[in-house]
Design a protein around this ligand. Structure first.
Ligand code: URQ
Ligand code: ZN
Ligand code: ZN
Length: 556
């Protein structure tokens, strides 16, 4: 049977299908990259390739919400490009990456988008899409955001509160960007750290002679992240814009997100494989290269309870989906910062190991079941970024992006055996339950038993429409409760002070105090209350002195 024909017909039989909502035994028939039938004893056309998944789990392929393949950054370029990065993704059970168009200030977003498409399209081995970075603000940027949504299948824009003078935007611009995101049905993503404080603290650490990777965490402890998370949520909530906090790296920031969600704010938190699988104690490792290999922003946290805490919130729904922020630099590139930690290119690996790390630390550890695993590694991302149900579920009509998973097998993670281009692995030596047996990308077996069957450019750019229902139905509901309403009141006709002249002397003395100027109802704590005992017009009214103490105004 020719590869073409067998490629277009595939029967996966005997497996246990795991979606976010349920687990059930059934066979899957795929034709031309689409799931055509799910069930037992299927009647299918002849000539289909068969894969025996008996005793294994059959899950939607992972969706990595956050990668930076071949990113030009801090004077270098990330070593995993769109070919090696997507190949490694496939080996780990991920069948789609969401990468970032991320260019400098004053560069057209459309030009940047076209440049990144030119890099990715010829190389990707699995499907992908782009978030677009907004690193500057102008009327042009505003219009280009709308064009990207209308004409280029973008529905997510990423902003930075960190990387001062490089990607960072000030709050007043962020307010405008969020307003535009809301207006065009997009989701706003935020790298939340206080970039101004980091800049000062980097200087202070270097002045103290702290030049090693430990300085990277010391200059931006988790308060610096959590404050920015709160600020990003506060600003976006003012304009009712959905907020997606990328790489949630700390307990403090996760708590801020959890509280905001309980207050009804439309906020999504994305922990990454790195902070779910390891911690920031590595920055204090005596081997400089080992310590520097963990440098990313925001940093991994030295609080060793962080990974377990974040996994608990991922399991219970306070955190929503997972990415990797895969942005890999070799040890020699990291050594650019051997004398100054601020020059260590920021970024770590994860795209190949995310699924196994989360299975080991989340499912094997007993914190979540296999359905929640699928939700946080695939389905929720598809829903947030409006890919669902094309992606993120095993259902008739969906793309046949599938991973056959062996939950009992184990593998030891190592840079010596991983398929990524980078020569360092932050999970080095970690033994994980949960091994990819077979990865299927739009109906093609692209990885099986350790062997690839990929061609560069096989992957496709997947456009995404705005107004993702999973996000914007919430936004629309909140809009009803969100808009401020003015108080209808009679025009004020009482005395008004005159402005002082150029010598600061009031032109006419204030008119004598007259009675009953205020008709206030008692509106709660904060100030002195004075009863208008003899006020015939408002017998029950109580006068509220301004909060913070007795006003000079008095009736008695
Ligand atoms: O900040 C990001 O997400 C990019 C620039 C990758 N680097 C990193 O350290 N996270
Ligand atoms: Zn970031
Ligand atoms: Zn990133």
């Amino acid at each position: 049977m020719s590869a073409g024909a067998s490629h277009s017909r595939l029967l996966i039989k005997g497996g246990k299908i795991v979606n976010a909502d349920r687990t059930f035994e059934a066979d899957i028939y795929i034709e031309n990259g689409i799931i055509q039938q799910i069930g037992k004893g299927l009647m299918i056309p002849g000539g289909a390739q068969e894969y025996d998944a008996t005793g294994k789990l059959v899950m939607p392929g992972g969706i990595d919400t956050h990668t930076h393949m071949q990113l030009p950054f801090m004077g270098h370029r990330a070593v995993d490009d769109f070919y090696t990065g997507t190949k490694a993704a496939i080996a780990g059970g991920t069948t789609m990456i969401l990468d970032f168009v991320l260019d400098q200030k004053n560069v057209s977003l459309i030009e940047a988008y076209n440049k990144w498409r030119g890099w990715a399209d010829p190389k990707v081995c699995c499907d992908y899409s782009f978030h677009v970075g907004v690193t500057w603000w102008s009327e042009q940027v505003k219009e280009e955001m709308a064009t990207l949504v209308k004409e280029h299948g973008v529905n997510s824009f990423k902003m930075f509160m960190a990387y001062k003078d490089v990607f960072m935007l000030p709050d007043h611009d962020l307010y405008e960007v969020y307003k535009q995101c809301r207006n065009i049905g997009a989701i706003a993503q935020m790298h939340a750290e206080n970039g101004d404080v980091i800049a000062h603290e980097q200087k202070r650490m270097l002045e103290l002679g702290i030049t090693g990777p430990e300085g990277h965490e010391l200059c931006r402890p988790e308060d610096v992240e959590a404050e920015a998370v709160l600020r990003a949520i506060m600003i976006s909530n003012r304009v009712n814009c959905p907020m997606y906090i990328v790489h949630v790296m700390s307990k403090s920031s996760a708590k801020v997100i959890a509280r905001a969600r309980r207050e009804g704010k439309v906020v999504f938190g994305e922990p990454i494989a790195a902070c779910l699988g390891t911690d920031g104690t590595h920055y204090w490792h005596k081997c400089w290269r080992h310590a520097a290999g963990h440098v990313m922003g925001p940093p991994l946290r030295p609080d060793t309870t962080t990974p377990g805490y974040l996994m608990d919130l991922l399991a219970n729904g306070d955190l929503e989906c997972t990415g990797t922020d895969n942005c890999t630099f070799s040890g020699n590139q990291k050594a650019l910062g051997k004398d100054d930690f601020t020059k260590i290119p920021n970024g770590v690996n994860g795209v190949e190991d995310r699924m196994s790390v989360i299975w080991e630390k989340g499912v094997a550890s007993g914190k979540m079941d296999e359905n929640r695993f699928v939700a946080v590694t695939s389905t929720n991302a598809a829903k947030i970024f409006n890919l669902y149900p094309r992606k993120g579920v095993i259902a008739v009509g969906s793309d046949a992006d599938i991973v056959v998973w062996d939950p009992e097998a184990t593998r030891t993670i190592s840079a010596k055996t991983h398929h990524q281009a980078v020569d360092f692995n932050i999970f080095e030596g970690m033994v994980c339950h949960g091994v990819t047996l077979c990865t299927i990308s739009r109906g093609k077996i692209v990885y099986q038993d350790g062997k690839f069957n990929v061609s560069a450019g096989d992957g496709k750019f997947i456009p995404r429409k705005p107004y993702a229902p999973y996000v914007y139905k919430k936004i629309d509901c909140r809009q009803k409760t969100h808009d401020p309403v003015k108080v209808e009141r009679e025009p004020y006709t009482g005395p008004v002070a005159t402005l002082p002249d150029e010598n600061g002397v009031p032109k006419t003395p204030d008119t004598p105090r007259s009675r009953n100027l205020h008709h206030a109802t008692s509106i709660g704590a904060g100030g002195q209350h004075v009863n208008l005992a003899n006020d015939s017009t408002h017998p029950s009214t109580r006068v509220m002195a301004p909060p913070g103490g007795r006003s000079t105004f008095s009736l008695f």
